[in-house]
Design a protein around this ligand. Structure first.
Ligand SMILES: *C/C=C(C)/C=C/C=C(C)/C=C/C1=C(C)CCCC1(C)C
Length: 240
């Protein structure tokens, strides 16, 4: 048991991408322990939120140990593991939105599934088509989510279902709910950048991969911000 942690091949010196996989795996694990410990300390209305935050980082931790292993052994992007992780954890973030705002999330759930499935098709190439085509479909689902979460209200723009709830302060926990708008608008926008860097061959954005960062580094930083950072934000709202 737990051999995926202890028997794992080591990251070679100078392998920066591998290093970020390693940091990702241990920090996701540490965050999970932390959120579980804090679960007992927070007010009752935040308990479910803390548990979901721990679930998100816990699921990610397991995937990160395997992704690091695959990267170290093959030097290839662990695309399947990455998208399996996301298809489990992003809908859980949608559950967090529901817990924080009290708004039903069926539309957001399906939008997140479309965003990730089309992103996977574009990155893996299993369905043919171009990375531009699938990436555009994925981005449309993302923009729809940003609209529903009410991200545009940050600029005084139109509101979606969640935005309306937050604006009218009828959301369960308005202050905590409002910060999730920033995570969706800014934190989630990191991922399309990684996609552009990793799929640029032969596309109109060819040359993005010349930027010195590997796609996986961008995704790993995005995950740290959006899984650990988001959980920490929920926790700090719960403590105040
Ligand atoms: C914990 C993991 C999270 C919060 C993952 C979020 C992923 C995205 C917001 C991905 C979005 C993408 C696009 C908007 C277009 C290109 C393809 C994706 C899937 C990278």
């Amino acid at each position: 048991m737990l051999n995926f942690i202890f028997d794992a091949a080591s990251v070679a010196p100078g392998d920066f991408t591998g290093f970020t996989f390693f940091i990702g795996s241990v920090s996701m694990l540490a965050a999970t322990v932390w959120f579980l410990m804090q679960h007992g300390q927070v007010d009752k209305k935040f308990k479910d939120s803390m548990l979901v935050a721990a679930l998100i980082t816990g699921i990610a931790a397991v995937h990160y140990f395997y992704m690091r292993e695959q990267w170290v052994l093959t030097g290839e992007s662990p695309t399947e593991l990455r998208y399996i992780d996301w298809i489990l954890t992003v809908p859980l973030m949608v559950v967090e939105f529901a817990l924080l705002t009290g708004v039903g999330m069926r539309k957001l759930f399906w939008a997140s599934v479309i965003m990730l499935v089309t992103g996977y098709f574009g990155e893996s190439g299993v369905m043919g088509g171009t990375a531009t085509m699938w990436g555009t479909a994925s981005a449309l689902a993302y923009f729809y989510m940003a609209y529903e979460v009410g991200c545009l209200t940050i600029f005084g723009g139109p509101t979606g279902a969640v935005g309306t709830a937050l604006n009218s302060a009828s959301g369960k926990i308005p202050s905590a709910g409002r910060m999730l708008q920033w995570f969706v608008l800014v934190g989630w926008a990191i991922y399309p950048l990684g996609y552009l860097m990793g799929t640029d061959a032969g596309q109109w954005y060819e040359g993005m991969s010349n930027i010195a960062l590997d796609m996986n580094v961008v995704y790993n930083v995005g995950d740290a911000i959006n899984k650990i950072g988001f959980g920490m934000a929920v926790w700090s709202a719960a403590r105040s």
